[in-house]
Design a protein around this ligand. Structure first.
Ligand SMILES: C[S@@+](CC[C@H](N)C(=O)[O-])C[C@H]1O[C@@H](n2cnc3c(N)ncnc32)[C@H](O)[C@@H]1O
Length: 253
């Protein structure tokens, strides 16, 4: 079995309990190009697939992500890798002023929110230092090509004391829960994807979990990037995880 973050012909399944023989996961510029093309392709059916895949649970996790920012209404919030805008919409409902940014023009075209949208790679954000009070990011960590550079950019564009809340997939710890999760994500979801959207993209989804560093590494990377008070908490027995952190440094009054 390979560990998270390793690429190779034997790739960890969604929950890491078994292996399948697959082509290596892409890295570097090839990964960026493939991820962009994949999201451009699946954008029109992305929201429907999300609701079906998570039985609608993702909406309550997303609400929890916005709440975890613990910022007053009127705060300026960046939705990093905003996609079709689920987190943007919820943050706007909380009274925040939101800017969305994403790598995929297709996802931005399918974004139905009134927020200003900027096409950009998360590792090279076109915003000045300390621009934002908060940042949310949903289900995108494993898609970033250079996670360390992206975290450094997050820290740079947040003001000292600014808050980061990241929602990401996880792997359940209970053996039974994990078996069901594996079956759903490696068998049922690609089948659903082939009917509703794109087979290859929804085969890639469970495989892409292999890019995610384990919690201790994520914590260390965030601290190294300039965050403090890093907390990581599993949701629904590990179906997803919520990562919160504060931009280190004295808040500007
Ligand atoms: C699984 S979708 C999540 C979309 C949205 N945040 C949500 O919660 O539904 C992942 C998003 O990350 C974006 N993405 C992938 N790599 C990126 C990068 N390097 N920089 C910015 N966005 C990226 C994709 O285009 C896609 O919209």
């Amino acid at each position: 079995m390979t560990r998270r973050g390793e690429d190779g012909p034997l790739t960890r399944t969604a929950a890491g309990s078994s292996t399948t023989r697959e082509s290596p996961l892409p890295t570097g510029e090839e990964k960026t190009a493939r991820v962009r093309a994949m999201f451009d392709t699946i954008a029109p059916r992305y929201d429907l697939m999300n609701r079906l895949m998570t039985f609608g649970l993702d909406q309550s996790w997303r609400k929890g992500t916005v709440t975890a920012l613990a910022l007053p209404a009127g705060s300026l919030v960046l939705d990093l890798a905003c996609g079709t805008g689920d987190l943007t919409r919820l943050a706007q409902r909380e009274g925040h002023r939101v800017v969305g940014t994403d790598l995929s023009a297709g996802m931005l075209a399918a974004n139905g929110t009134p927020a200003p949208l900027v096409e950009a790679d998360g590792s090279q954000l076109p915003f000045a230092d300390g621009t934002f009070d908060g940042m949310v990011c949903g289900y995108a960590l494993r898609n970033f090509t250079d996670l360390a550079a992206t975290m450094a950019e997050c820290a740079r564009v947040l003001r000292p004391g600014g808050r980061l809340a990241v929602l990401e997939v996880d792997a359940p710890t209970s053996r039974l829960w994990r078996a069901g999760f594996d079956l759903w994500f490696t068998k049922a979801v690609p089948m659903l994807g082939s009917v509703i959207s794109d087979t290859e993209a929804y085969r890639y989804l469970p495989r892409s979990v292999a890019y995610l560093p384990a919690a201790p590494t994520l914590r260390a990377m965030l601290r190294h990037a300039g965050f403090s008070a890093v907390g990581i908490r599993p949701l629904a027995g590990g179906l997803s995880q919520l990562i919160v952190a504060t931009r280190a440094g004295e808040p500007v009054p």
